[in-house]
Every structure is written in C-alpha cells, then in structure tokens.
Design a protein around this ligand. Structure first.
Ligand code: FA5
Ligand code: MG
Length: 353
C-alpha cells in the first residue's frame, strides 16, 4: 500500500484534521506481527479461515462521503456526517469512520465471504477505552438463495423471533426463512468467535441496537473489569445495499469488531493508548501466535538504566542495605529495581532503573 498523504487533497471549510492525527496515518500497527492488534487480527482470521473467509487489510483510510455515509443509508442529519464527529479532509472526503465504508468495493469485486481490517478515525471522548484512531475488523457473508432454509427451532437464536416480528416491515423483500437463516447464522458465528477468543467462562451479552445499514442490528458486550464493554456491532445488511452494489443475492449479514477493545480484554491491557506505544517494555511482551499473554504493567516513566560497580578493599564489608538507602535517598521512588548482576571477590556490579 502506498503511503497515505493528505497533501494532494483540496482543503475547505470542512477540513479539520490536525497534526496528531496526520502523524498516525502511516503507523501501520498491523505491519508488526508481534503487535497485540496483529495477534488478535490473525487469531480472528484463524476462526474464519475454515469457513472460507478471505482477509484483506493494508488499504487506504481515505474514503468519500458517499462511501462512508450515503451508500450506507445514513440519514442527512446523522451526527457522524458533522465535522464535530468525523475527520474531514474536505467536503467530499474524510478518514473513514468505520470499515463498513469499504464493504461496497469488495462486494462489487465479487467477494461473498470476507474480512476487511484497518484503521478508522473518529472524534471521540478521552478515556481508557476511546481513542481518535482505532482498528476495526469487518466481516460480511452473503447467502446464496439455495442456502436459505427453514431452520429448526432448536438452533434458533433468541433474537430471531424479534427480528421476524419487527424487521420484515422495514425490509419488505425479506421473507421469514431468509431472516431466520441469516440471523441464526450471524448469532452462532459471532458467539463461536467470542468463545474462540475468550473461552467458555467470560460473560458476553447481545443487545438490539440501530445502524442505518443493517436491520435488525445487534451489539455484543463482554464483561471485563466490572463493567460491560461493547466490542462489536452487527446485523442483517439492508437489501438495498446489496442491490446498489449489483448483487443478485438479497441476503447477507455483516459485523464490525473493535480490535483494541478485544485485545484489551484478551491480554488485560488497561489503556487503549498503550497500543500506540513504541516502548520495548510494552512491545516485547507480545509474540505472534500467543494469545495467553497477560500484560505486565510498567512504569509510566521512560526506561533509564544505570550501571554501578564497586571496588571493595581487602577485608572490607559491603553494606548492601546501605547502598539501597543511598539510592533511595537520591532517586526516591523513581528507582524501581536494583539488581546485582555480577560479583567477583573484589568487585560488585549493580544496575538500577
Ligand atoms: C460500527 O462502526 C459499525 N460499522 C459496525 C457494523 C458493521 C455494524 C457491519 C453492522 C454491520 P460501532 O460504531 O459500534 O459500529 O463500532 C464498532 C466497534 O468499534 C464497537 O463495538 C467498539 O468495539 C469499537 N469502537 C467504537 N468506537 C471506538 C473508539 N472510539 N475507540 C475504540 N474502539 C471503538
Ligand atoms: Mg457501537
């Protein structure tokens, strides 16, 4: 993928992207195989691979207003369209606010089961679970007509009756069998993914919600550190979107996962800002393919190592506790660890940080 550069775009009264966001545009966290976001992405792909989903990533986050909003049935007054909520390059162009913006081009290229992952940008609140740049992994599955069947009640998701009752009015071309097949498949596929990621014991819950481009729509939340964290939006794609992209098929589901939030829960990473850290004390904790890592907190101060060595005269006693007191007097609590690294009969060598 070529470097993203905003220099070639005209600016106008909608332009609102500052240097701190521009600095994030080409960071490519996915390009680091040992980065926790890459590890989560790869682990999700491993779940979908046997289901024949292809994964695409590394593509440009610059999209048109048409791709990000118009084509996805966002109403004209939707808050996401405002410069207060999204990062606009100009009146027609912005940094995508979700990966759904790229769905259409993959549908038009003929893909029917696919994952697309990338960086997305939103003006958002400041706290440990929100950041103006984050990563989403989107999945889409289009159903052939011969895959629609009257499913047996046993496998039916708790939301299927809800979906049938309320949503065939807003999507009139949907028949009940289609709605049932697609909703059940979505429910079982994403529940399976949550178990693949978190095992059987982590509590998850589903809620109905609203997206302009899906109906019915659902969110998944995971219970973590005493509260419910939203990790996924999903739903049955509006049939008009499939038609606009030239598909003969009428039925599809889609979902969008927040990769930072999944990685935070999986690895016990307490703050979303850590994903942008270039500090080895963060990066060295994670290895490609390992999902059982638990994040070990480290100082918020940059690492700073010092070596000390002492020559001890013949017959002299070395007062180790005296040394610790001396270091504490000078360095106070900034000194986090002091270790003896080598010892000979006349020399002691310590380092501290
Ligand atoms: C969407 O972005 C929809 N495009 C998802 C979707 C796709 C729905 C396909 C239906 C079909 P939402 O705004 O809820 O939905 O974001 C999806 C996930 O991204 C959230 O569940 C959350 O895990 C994550 N997320 C949202 N905002 C932030 C943020 N500021 N920082 C970190 N993660 C975020
Ligand atoms: Mg949401």
């Amino acid at each position: 993928m070529a470097q993203t550069s905003l220099g070639e775009y005209e600016r106008d009264s909608m332009s609102n992207i500052g240097p701190s966001i521009i600095a994030k545009l080409n960071r490519r966290l996915f390009a680091q195989p040992n980065h926790p976001l890459s590890i989560v992405k790869t682990h999700i792909h491993a779940y979908f691979q046997p289901l024949s989903f292809a994964l695409f990533d590394h593509f440009d986050p610059v999209v048109s207003v048409k791709q990000n909003f118009d084509d996805l049935c966002f109403p004209p007054d939707h808050p996401g369209r405002r410069p207060s909520d999204s990062y606009f390059i100009n009146n027609h162009t912005l940094l995508r606010t979700h990966m759904t913006a790229n769905e259409g081009e993959f549908l038009r290229a003929g893909h029917r089961s696919f994952l697309i992952a990338g960086d997305v940008y939103r003006r958002d609140q400041i706290d440990a679970t929100h950041y103006p740049v984050f990563h989403q992994l989107e999945g889409v599955r289009v159903f052939r007509d011969d895959e629609i069947h009257e499913s047996n009640k046993e496998g039916e998701s708790p939301f299927t009756q809800h979906a049938i009752k309320y949503d065939h009015e807003s999507q009139p071309a949907f028949n009940q069998a289609a709605l049932r097949t697609v909703t059940d498949s979505l429910y079982h596929t994403l529940n399976g993914l949550m178990r693949h990621l978190f095992g059987p014991d982590v509590p998850i819950r589903w809620q109905t919600c609203y997206f302009p481009f899906t109906c019915p729509s659902f969110e998944i939340e995971v219970f973590y550190r005493g509260r419910w964290v939203e990790v996924c939006g999903s739903g049955v794609l509006q049939q008009s979107i499939l038609q606009e992209n030239g598909l003969r098929e009428r039925n599809a589901w889609a979902f969008g996962l927040g990769l930072e939030r999944l990685a935070m829960i999986l690895f016990d990473i307490p703050d979303i800002r850590l994903f942008w850290s270039e500090d080895e004390r963060f990066l060295s904790q994670f290895r490609a393919g390992q999902i059982n890592t638990r994040f070990q907190p480290f100082s918020k101060y940059p690492a700073c190592w010092r070596d000390l060595s002492f020559w001890i005269g013949d017959g002299a006693e070395f007062d180790e506790m005296g040394l610790y007191d001396l270091i504490r007097e000078h360095g106070q609590d900034l000194v986090e660890d002091v270790q003896l690294v080598s010892e000979s009969h006349e020399c002691l060598c310590f380092y501290y940080l």
